[in-house]
Ligand binder design. Structure first.
Ligand code: SF4
Ligand code: SF4
Length: 104
């Protein structure tokens, strides 16, 4: 269970580093975020939700019943889009209105 960070997309904003409950994320010398111990990531997805640049991907591996796809998010004002890409590249999007989070 872990995440990967796309260095090309990372803008060094640091938002993900503020929310990781395990303090696993840190700024490399160039300011881009990296993960210290990928094996220690327990997949809470806080960093995935926080990244507004789709730079963080959450791997959907067999340990959580996945088939090797990945998950990322995109934000649009109050809307949070969960983008799930399957192992063959097929895409599914689930949209949540964050202002109505208690309704889910
Ligand atoms: S939130 Fe995204 S863009 Fe910002 S530092 Fe983290 S990975 Fe980079
Ligand atoms: S998924 Fe959770 S535990 Fe893993 S790096 Fe992101 S914030 Fe930290």
């Amino acid at each position: 269970m872990s995440i990967t960070i796309d260095r090309e997309k990372c803008t060094s904003c640091g938002k993900c580093r503020e929310v990781c409950p395990g303090s696993l994320l840190y700024a490399a010398q160039d300011g881009k975020t990296e993960i210290r111990y990928p094996k220690d990531c327990w997949g809470c997805t806080s960093c995935v939700k926080e990244c507004r640049f789709t730079a963080i991907k959450y791997y959907l591996g067999p340990d959580i019943g996945g088939k090797g796809g990945f998950l990322r998010t995109k934000q649009e004002e109050n809307l949070l889009h969960w983008i799930i890409t399957g192992p063959e590249g097929e895409e599914k999007v689930i949209t949540v209105d964050k202002s109505k989070a208690n309704a889910y």
